[in-house]
Design a protein around this ligand. Structure first.
Ligand code: SF4
Length: 327
């Protein structure tokens, strides 16, 4: 079970939670499963270890809400959810948590032929039950192992990137997280301290200049339009200023349908069928980088490509409105 102690809906009181618990557990779950004597309970909040490799160098641990033995070599991993949202089936098919528990059960009990993954959605009195094949479990182990390697590598390079999500609002590490640490650091400051803080000063100046650049760009566009109007009216191609002259040209620029559009696919089809594709197509380096980053290339091919690959740091700044963070 993963417990987020601080995750509560602010609009609910303790009494709301008590009533919900009464309804889910006693009125619905208890009545349905009474007399609770059909199977063997191996453990509640059962701590399990998941060996990701035979050498035992990568071991995860977790807690199963309820682990049951329900027949000869048949086990069940039960997980209880109080969420008010019932996810679609696909989400359960891709869920890693219970599938990893099923690996742990198979490692703990060699007689385990089948492990059912059972989610109980208490608010809906609804049960979802799935199993995973050996092939799926072995793929999952590889996937998790790869994710761990990525994390270790990122840690070594001191580049473990934060991943912003809806959970950030409740994150107990937010004060230390690169995404929120400056907000926490500066919000306790007096107005004077705040305005002198180097980061605050730089961001304010940057935002000011970006705004000015935007206004300048807009003005340039307006003047450009006005110049073309003037040139048209006076039948001119060159217009002089005090120190410079402007030469005005209008040229046709050919545009094609954007990437990933249906029209673009049709256009590419025509070119492929015509045999001209090789002559005009170029390598899509953006897509290639994406496939490399996501580990979606065949490892042999990725190795061959590696020697052509250079990593350059691209520095970007995105400005957005500052929102309040919760205490
Ligand atoms: S606040 Fe930072 S550390 Fe916490 S969940 Fe969000 S990104 Fe991760």
């Amino acid at each position: 079970m993963i417990t987020y102690n601080n995750i509560v809906r602010k609009e609910y009181t303790a009494e709301n939670y008590r009533r919900m618990e009464e309804k889910y557990i006693f009125s619905m779950y208890y009545k349905r499963h009474y007399s609770f004597d059909e199977d063997i309970v191996i453990g509640l909040e059962k701590r399990v270890l998941i060996n990701l490799n035979p050498e035992g160098t990568r071991v995860l641990h977790g807690y199963i809400d309820r682990l049951m033995k329900v027949g000869d070599g048949i086990y069940e991993v039960h997980d209880y959810k109080t969420s008010m949202y019932l996810p679609p089936k696909e989400q359960f098919e891709q869920d890693r948590q219970l599938a990893l528990y099923s690996i742990a059960v198979k490692q703990m009990f060699p007689d385990a032929k089948k492990v059912y993954l059972v989610w109980h959605y208490m608010a809906f009195d609804h049960e979802i039950r799935l199993t995973r094949s050996e092939e799926e479990l072995s793929k999952l182990k590889e996937e998790v192992d790869r994710i761990i390697q990525e994390i270790e590598l990122a840690e070594k390079m001191n580049a473990f990137p934060p991943k912003e999500s809806a959970l950030c609002n409740w994150c107990v590490y937010a004060k230390y997280c690169p995404l929120f640490a400056h907000i926490y650091k500066t919000r306790e400051m007096t107005e004077n301290e705040y305005l002198k803080e180097p980061g605050v000063k730089l961001v304010n100046r940057y935002a000011e200049l970006v705004q000015k650049r935007k206004e300048i760009d807009e003005e340039i566009e307006k003047i450009k339009e006005a110049l073309f109007e003037y040139a048209k009216k006076e039948n001119l191609e060159v217009i002089v200023g005090s120190d410079v002259k402007a030469r005005l040209k209008i040229r046709d620029s050919i545009k094609f349908p954007p990437m990933n559009s249906e029209e673009r696919r049709q256009l590419e089809d025509i070119l492929k069928k015509s045999g001209k594709w090789e002559d005009i197509s170029t390598l899509d380096t953006y897509l290639l980088s994406k496939l490399i980053k996501e580990g979606k290339l065949d490892p042999d091919l990725a190795k061959k490509i590696q020697k052509f690959q250079k990593t350059e740091q691209v520095k970007q700044i995105f400005l957005s409105k500052l929102e309040k963070v919760s205490d």
